[in-house]
Design a protein around this ligand. Structure first.
Ligand code: PLP
Length: 279
């Protein structure tokens, strides 16, 4: 909802927005930008979480009687479908300069932005001052039962509140949920480094096993994407029978995620389960 609210605030029906070809907005939000905001979604290519500025620039459209004008560019960090990869902060000033030059807004889907910050050893402000709006999720590595936050200028948030209400997100007595988010901000950020270290241990072990491959370059935070020779769904089920839960994202690709409740013992257990399935 936070991404969709931002898109609606920044656009008018008949506009175009640019998202990367692997983005959450494109793959997992039910054509929300078309339904909620009446905008055309266009994509720019991405590989291992990286994109070329020239690929964005080449896709910016100028509005006329026939053409939807590009109004907004969305980026994702860390990047879910690219493996939890980090968008280098060095890219942000150049992206901002392009947006200013072409009169575009920038929205950051930072559902896992704290993972990026901890992994890089920087503050989230390595990215946030360069965008017009940012969403973060509390319900992923930060371990809350529910919740996301959307940030931007005062005027942006005033309008975002109206859109949230329109979408049915104006909840009452929500402090009980927000309390968990406050606890998470105090206690869950620094420990993300443990999730990253465990993901690396798991990834390196699985990469050695027959029948599986892992692009270790993309294991930068708490996610591991495993390519499978067998159908990923079969492997997912075989692992589930051994008590290891992961998801077959594509026919031959599994996603594993480490989090607060996966300790060192659980990682070693998961490695043994993979070994059993690999044999
Ligand atoms: C990159 C990214 N953005 C946004 C979201 C949306 O979060 P939620 O499902 O909590 O609304 C997700 C959820 O998986 C995500 O991975």
């Amino acid at each position: 909802m936070a991404n969709e609210i931002a898109i609606k605030v920044w656009t008018q029906p008949t506009d175009a927005i640019l998202v990367d070809a692997e983005s959450h907005i494109l793959h997992y939000e039910l054509a929300g930008p078309a339904v909620i905001s009446g905008v055309q979604v266009e994509t720019y290519p991405i590989a291992d979480g990286m994109f070329a500025l020239s690929d964005i620039e080449a896709r910016i459209r100028i509005a006329d009687d026939h053409t939807p004008g590009t109004r907004l560019v969305c980026i994702e960090n860390t990047h879910n479908r690219c493996g939890g990869t980090i968008l280098p902060p060095e890219l942000m000033p150049v992206l901002r300069a392009l947006a200013d030059q072409r009169n575009l807004k920038l929205h950051l889907d930072g559902a896992r932005l704290f993972n990026a910050a901890v992994a890089r050893g920087v503050s989230v402000q390595a990215w946030t001052p360069y965008v017009d709006s940012v969403m973060i999720a509390f319900s992923k590595g930060l371990c809350c039962p529910v919740g996301s936050a959307l940030a931007g200028s005062r005027d942006f948030i005033r309008e975002a509140h109206r859109v949230r209400k329109l979408l049915g997100g104006g909840m009452r007595q929500v402090g009980v949920l927000a309390a968990a988010c406050l606890v998470a901000l105090d206690t869950m950020i620094d420990r993300l480094a443990e999730d990253h270290a465990r993901a690396r241990r798991l990834a390196e072990a699985i990469a050695e096993m027959p029948g599986f491959s892992v692009n270790l370059h993309t294991v930068q935070t708490n996610m591991i994407y495993v390519r499978t020779e067998r159908l990923a769904l079969e492997v997912e089920r075989a692992l589930a029978e051994r008590g290891v839960l992961c998801i077959a994202l594509d026919p031959r690709r599994l996603r594993l995620v480490t989090h607060k409740d996966i300790d060192d013992t659980a990682v070693e257990y998961a490695i043994r389960a993979f070994q059993a399935v690999a044999e």
